[in-house]
Design a protein around this ligand. Structure first.
Ligand SMILES: [Zn+2]
Length: 420
């Protein structure tokens, strides 16, 4: 049913009167609206979704003249913002989504679901590690440890020591991070100059920090460590930071994954790592396809700058079906599915989507490289490389450019271990 709703959003046949309203009943499959049990006539939402995207294009297109070296937004999104050429990114994506491992993982998912794959199984989440631990018990523990932001602050040197930093180094890093109460879920803001502190914002309820809040706080703590190490321990100020957000997210996730370890809890699911590898590959398969649609839509916009919202809609739908038929239909069986066009990110944040899979690859590669090594000294070494270009940073960090091979290799091992 949710997929039916999505298709109505994509082709804009969704009745305007059912959006944000509980007045009528709507059957998304046959697109009928009922009020008091009777059929009512309706008008569909008038291509609003594509009008927003088109307006974004028009605004961005108007700034092209000010970038003579990079006159299209595709060039700027990749060469200027991500600092990796679009063609290189596309090549990485296509080689992953056409890899034989994808088909093998799809077969495993089919087996686990006990039915044929449906298009929405691009969001299959059965590989997500579920530790089997009770969240309420974890919350009791985190509430006891961290009743206030100050308690979390006081424990930071101890947490860093558990991760492998020396007592002296742990206090040094922790002394440059200030924990503040948050109204939102959590946030990390780096300092902009030496002498200032990075901010770790964490939400703490009346009874203390719950497990969800703790899990997020540990993620933010990872950001803060990156923000501190690559500001304070970098010799040249202009090199402070990381190449782009993917690189700070990588360290945040490395911390977050160790949240139970920091609580002194052993997670004894032997397949956890293998399942995480399969989950990473399947997530990349999904988000890379969505990204390819985003990239092609922008190329289409540049060749059709005077399109109407209705023409843009048709183009988005046909591009998403093309990408589906090329890379997903051979795996899923069904053809002409428009599902890859559903992301609202593509509408309101043009060409941001490709950053996610590139981030997944970086994260996976660093995680794999650090495995079995001293976590603290590797983090110190890698995160003092500074704000190089992404490929130069990766070369320095793990000895290779950004690549899909580590993820495919891990998937091969995981398929052997859990694929029976
Ligand atoms: Zn983050």
């Amino acid at each position: 049913m949710v997929y039916s709703v999505m298709k109505r959003i994509i082709d804009q046949s969704i009745p305007e009167m059912v959006i944000n309203s509980t007045e009528c009943q709507w059957n998304p499959a046959d697109n009928k609206v009922l009020k008091d049990g009777k059929d009512v006539t309706f008008t569909p939402e008038p291509n609003r979704r594509y009008e927003v995207l088109l307006n974004n294009f028009k605004a961005i297109h108007a700034t092209d003249a000010y970038y003579p070296a990079l006159p299209t937004y595709n060039q700027r999104a990749f060469e200027l913002n991500m600092e990796i050429p679009e063609a290189d990114v596309e090549k990485l994506f296509v080689s992953l989504i056409t890899s034989p491992e994808i088909k093998q993982v799809a077969e495993l998912i089919q087996k686990r679901l006990g039915r044929n794959l449906e298009p929405f199984d691009i969001w299959y989440d059965g590989f997500k590690a579920r530790s089997g631990l009770n969240e309420d018990d974890l919350t009791t523990k985190t509430q006891g440890l961290y009743p206030t932001p100050a308690a979390f602050q006081a424990d930071m040197p101890n947490m860093l020591r558990k991760l492998g930093w020396s007592a002296e180094r742990a206090s040094y890093i922790a002394s440059k991070i200030q924990v503040d109460p948050a109204r939102g879920s959590g946030h990390a803001a780096g300092a902009a100059m030496k002498g200032d502190k990075a901010r770790l914002r964490t939400r703490i309820a009346d009874k203390g920090m719950n497990y969800k809040g703790y899990n997020i706080a540990v993620h933010e703590f990872g950001h803060n460590v990156e923000q501190t190490v690559d500001l304070y321990d970098i010799d040249y100020y202009m090199l402070q930071g990381v190449p782009n957000t993917s690189f700070t997210e990588a360290l945040a996730f490395l911390f977050q994954k160790r949240d139970l370890f920091l609580l002194g809890i052993k997670d004894n699911n032997p397949d956890k790592e293998h399942l995480a590898s399969l989950d990473a590959l399947w997530s990349c398969y999904e988000i890379m396809g969505v990204s390819l649609v985003d990239m092609q839509v922008w190329r289409w916009l540049y060749t059709n700058p005077d399109a109407t919202p209705a023409q843009l809609k048709e183009a988005v739908i046909s591009i998403s079906k093309e990408v589906w038929n090329k890379y997903y239909a051979p795996v899923f069986g069904s053809k002409d599915e428009p599902i890859l066009a559903i992301y609202s990110h593509m509408i309101d944040n043009p060409l941001y989507l490709p950053n996610y899979p590139v981030g997944h690859l970086i994260d996976f590669q660093i995680d794999g490289f650090i495995k079995g090594k001293n976590f603290a000294s590797e983090v110190d070494r890698i995160y003092t490389l500074g704000r190089l270009t992404p490929q130069a940073w990766m070369q320095g960090a793990v000895g290779n450019p950004i690549a899909i091979e580590p993820m495919l290799k891990a998937a091969d091992e995981a398929l052997k271990a859990v694929g029976k």
